[in-house]
Design a protein around this ligand. Structure first.
Ligand SMILES: Cc1cc2nc3c(=O)[nH]c(=O)nc-3n(C[C@H](O)[C@H](O)[C@H](O)COP(=O)(O)O)c2cc1C
Length: 180
């Protein structure tokens, strides 16, 4: 798929066919994620992202929590938890930015491989959802130094899903020249 088409036509998919995603495809996805930009020089050390591959039914159930609009998480054949190792990039702490760039690579690569994916919140900055975030961290057994950034549900798209048409802001409305 052409890159520009991939970027412009990707949408979040929340209904999946009951079809396994192969280990080779998972490796391809992670292989794309690790090509995202990262700060701190072109060496291995600053590459702070960590990916947890989740196929276990019980863990998926825990990640779905109790919100009605999150229950599709249980049906996803694959969930990737995108995390950041906080022992890296200690000086600038760009953990969320760096892991988010890898997340976008995962979303686009999934789409290019014929999969559907959706970014699921981990309540990173939600003051009112501290308990929910704690449950996610507990379900994934994350150590202190690992920050949970995103969960991505992935599966082969179920064509019966009715996807609401997205409204995009106009280019001119969001573009500023030279200064604000
Ligand atoms: C920070 C963030 C949190 C999100 N959390 C959720 C979520 O918890 N559940 C969900 O169904 N979609 C979630 N999404 C997906 C958005 O709803 C979706 O990307 C947005 O509506 C734009 O639609 P599109 O992905 O089809 O372009 C999230 C996206 C982002 C960037």
């Amino acid at each position: 798929m052409e890159t520009i088409d991939c970027i412009k036509t990707r949408i979040s998919v929340r209904k999946y066919l009951d079809k396994e995603i192969s280990d080779e495809t998972v490796r391809q996805l992670i292989g794309c994620a690790r090509h995202a930009p990262f700060g701190g020089g072109p060496k291995k050390e600053p590459q702070l992202w960590e990916f947890i591959i989740i196929k276990d039914k019980i863990i998926k159930e825990k990640l779905a929590l109790e919100y009605e609009d999150r229950q599709f998480v249980k049906q996803a054949p694959l969930i990737i938890a995108v995390c950041a190792d906080k022992t890296k990039d200690q000086k600038y702490k760009n953990w969320e930015i760096t892991a988010s760039l890898a997340t976008q690579n995962l979303l686009l690569a999934s789409y290019d491989l014929g999969l559907g994916a959706c970014f699921i919140t981990t309540f990173t900055h939600h003051k009112t959802h501290k308990e929910e975030r704690r449950k996610l961290i507990e379900a994934l057994n994350l150590p202190e130094h690992i920050e949970l950034i995103a969960l991505i549900t992935i599966g082969y798209p179920d064509p019966s899903e009715e996807i609401e048409k997205k409204e995009l802001r106009e280019i001119d409305e969001m573009t500023h020249f030279n200064a604000w």
